[in-house]
Design a binder for this molecule. Structure first.
Ligand SMILES: Cc1ncc(COP(=O)(O)O)c(C=O)c1O
Length: 365
């Protein structure tokens, strides 16, 4: 059996360093808003080309606090892609604002800037742009559209730490960017965690307050805040992993290149990599019109796969929009996408086995 993802392999390879990091936090016993968290904030902000990093409880909270710090609330509209993980849109609801969906580019499944322009209204206050699967969205165009209309750009970089567009890292283009350390992410914690990065001093200061009960100093609560901080245990573990991240990303890219070679010429859609983009292959997601049958055939051949995502966001029961004509690319993607195993510890031999199984499975359809 080749698993879709095996985190045990990752943790076994750095076991000693992880335990040493945890022991360090225990001996200092500074668990919340301590030195490990601060160091991680500085390291990740620098990687994203941003001045500030603010650790929070999850990627979802990063999005929620970003919208709150930008002053978005009831009566405001926020444009968000019709194809993503639900949090890219549910956090707009949490802010009390209205998500307005825009369809995605069929090649990269990123927000289509033309669809973004069509979705804008006088009430639009922000756009959440998602770097889906680790492939950057055309962020320069999104920023240009937003700047021309005076609306804010929130980059949802939950799946894309280390990806670049025109050689510049994602996360430093918009007003604020959100990272997730959910365990399965390329930089995954051993629990939940997230971070905002931003070049805006006002947003950084506001988020620092919001994550800690709206506290402006020692027990002076100037507004309604949240309790959402990245703890030092997670930060210490993440710092160990961060030292490995570039090597892991290279391993993912090598596996992706190997899949491309081995799967070439098959009746199967391979993930696009735009010439201006550096994809970090959080997911290697192929497309086929008989996706469910292909997944079943692969399971029978001992290959684990996953579907990201089986419904477009507006089609989720939470939003309840079943009109497929409104977001045709998102609906088509939701029926066709299938993610293959692609994690740094997957061996070349296993990747070859996966590719062989895909070939066999396609013949059986
Ligand atoms: C695109 C996207 N946005 C937001 C999130 C939310 O992150 P978290 O699970 O850390 O809350 C995730 C991951 O789960 C995601 O993939």
């Amino acid at each position: 059996m080749i698993p879709f993802l095996d985190l045990v392999r990752q943790h076994e390879s750095i076991n000693d360093e992880l335990f040493a990091a945890l022991r360090g936090v225990l001996s200092s016993s500074r668990f919340v808003l301590g030195p490990e968290g601060e160091a991680l904030e500085a390291e990740l902000a620098a990687r994203c080309g941003a001045r500030h990093g603010i650790g929070v409880g999850s990627g979802t909270d990063a999005l929620r606090l970003a919208l709150a710090a930008l002053g978005i609330g009831p009566g405001d509209e926020v444009v968000t892609p019709a194809f993503s993980f639900v949090a890219s849109a549910s956090t707009v609801l949490m802010a009390g604002a209205t998500p307005v969906f825009a369809d995605v580019d069929p090649a990269t499944l990123a927000l289509d800037p033309d669809a973004l322009e069509r979705a804008l209204t006088p009430r639009t206050r922000a756009v959440v742009v998602v770097h889906l699967y680790g492939h950057p969205a055309p962020i320069d165009r999104v920023v240009a559209v937003a700047r021309a209309r005076g609306i804010a750009v929130v980059e949802d970089a939950a799946q894309a730490i280390g990806a670049t567009w025109d050689g510049r890292p994602v996360g430093g283009w918009g007003d604020v960017a959100c990272l997730s350390f959910y365990p399965t992410k390329n930089l995954g914690a051993c629990g939940d965690g997230g971070m905002l990065v931003t070049n805006r001093d006002d947003v950084a200061g506001h988020v620092r307050r919001l994550r800690h009960h709206g506290d402006s100093g020692r027990y002076h609560h100037v507004e309604l805040g949240y309790c959402s901080r990245l703890d030092d245990m997670q930060a210490a573990l993440l710092r160990v992993k961060l030292r490995r991240l570039d090597g892991w990303t290279e391993a993912r890219r090598r596996l992706a290149a190997r899949y491309r070679e081995r799967l070439a010429g098959l009746p199967l859609g391979l993930p696009a990599e735009h010439p201006r983009a550096r994809h970090i292959y959080h997911l290697f997601t192929v497309r086929h019109p008989q996706r469910d049958a292909l997944a079943k055939a692969l399971a029978d051949l001992g290959v684990g796969t996953a579907v990201h995502y089986p419904l477009p966001v507006p089609g989720q029961p939470l939003f309840g929009d079943r009109d497929e004509r409104r977001y045709p690319e998102a609906w088509r993607a939701s029926r066709e996408v299938l993610s293959l195993p692609c994690f740094p510890e997957l061996s070349d031999a296993e990747a070859d086995e996966v590719a062989k199984a895909v070939r066999t499975a396609l013949e059986r359809l």
